[in-house]
Write a protein that binds this ligand. Structure first.
Ligand code: PA5
Length: 349
């Protein structure tokens, strides 16, 4: 049984974190710096599609939000499935992203990309995807092997942004990245070492412990981080969690808030950002007061820094650490994902 303060006991944490997730989290800022060195050259294009699943799709989400927020004039889509949309053609740039290189949905999209003569590049550590790229002469962004995909967010996001930097204000992106790296280095020390009373990641894990975290983000901004936090809780802590998006959730989900038998079960976690639309700001504030009035626990977080990269990545990083500590509280080694592996193995039988 874990009691308050136990998360500060590094020996105890290491006994549960047998596969070394803490070390990977600590090295995340360093990963971002390395990832920024990787890119491929891309031709001009009319639309961009990122194909990937799970941990390998998340980088596409961050890319889409970043580009859209910077008013990038071409449409950006993230496809989590077996088929490309009908509009994918020779003027479409595709990043096929799979950490392992063996994810069947992504490989199926690549087969379609080849058939439709799309310009495509692979972002992978290995596997069939790397083989296909070599066979078809497609560029490969080769990332290091041996990590759980979800810990490789830097590698699965920044090389795509770097490859597209020539379409953006290059020096502004560099400045944002430098700010993000500085912010994350400071946060790494804080989340890893600060005692519980001063450690937001540990405190958040305690708040979630024994409850179901519900994470709300704002449309086109922190919704991607909410999805990431949910998935990190699922995979790291092997626990259920759900996410939704403001304003859509206020047209349906809020009707369930008053359902008395389940009130105690959930902890509502709101992910805020200074660039929220003014009405989204009001919607968050009203939601918070509705939920608190009925006695629900509501927590609120936003990213650190001025630039969008720092804000998104730092907020994301808090979720990485909080889900790691939640795994420790549930006495789960945060790294293995046995059920995902079993399902993939059964699908190939
Ligand atoms: O976190 C995970 O292990 C999964 O979500 C994987 O990322 C997902 O199954 C896709 O595999 P890959 O990232 O190797 O393409």
């Amino acid at each position: 049984m874990i009691v308050p303060g136990d998360l500060d006991d590094l020996k105890r944490v290491a006994q549960i974190d047998r596969s070394g997730m803490r070390e990977l989290l600590l090295r995340f800022p360093e990963q971002l710096a390395r990832a920024w060195q990787l890119s491929v050259s891309v031709p001009d294009f009319e639309r961009l599609i990122v194909c990937g699943m799970g941990g390998s799709a998340v980088g596409g989400d961050y890319l889409r939000v970043y580009l859209t927020h910077k008013r990038f004039p071409k449409p950006v889509f993230v496809i989590r499935g077996y088929e490309l949309p009908p509009f994918a053609d020779a003027n479409t740039l595709i990043f096929a992203v799979s950490y392992s290189g063996n994810t069947e949905e992504t490989l199926s999209c690549v087969a379609e990309a080849v058939e439709r003569d799309c310009h495509w590049a692979a972002l992978t550590s290995d596997g069939r995807l790397a083989e296909l790229a070599r066979a078809h002469g497609a560029p490969i962004i080769q990332i290091p092997k041996g990590m759980p995909p979800r810990t490789a967010l830097g590698y699965l996001f920044l090389p795509m942004l770097k490859s597209l930097q020539c379409f953006l204000d290059e020096s502004a992106v560099e400045t944002e990245l430098t700010e993000a790296l500085d912010a994350l280095k400071k946060l790494a020390a804080r989340y890893a070492e600060a005692p519980e009373a001063e450690n937001p990641a540990e405190r958040l894990a305690h708040a979630w412990h024994g409850h179901i975290p519900i994470i709300y983000g704002s449309h086109g901004l922190t919704d991607v981080v909410a999805r990431r936090w949910k998935a990190q809780i699922n995979e790291n802590a092997e626990a259920p969690a759900f996410c939704n998006v403001v304003p859509e959730l206020q047209h349906n989900e809020l009707m369930g808030w008053e359902h008395e038998p389940h009130r105690e079960l959930f902890v509502y976690t709101l992910l805020r950002d200074p660039d929220e639309h003014p009405q989204i700001k009001r919607r968050f504030e009203l939601s918070r007061s509705f939920l608190e009035d009925q006695g629900s626990l509501v927590l609120e977080f936003s990213g650190e820094g001025e630039g969008l990269l720092a804000r998104l990545l730092s907020l994301s990083y808090l979720g990485d650490w909080a889900s790691f500590y939640l795994a420790i509280l549930y006495a789960r080694d945060p790294t293995p994902v046995p059920l995902i592996d079993t399902l993939k193995a059964r699908l190939t039988q």
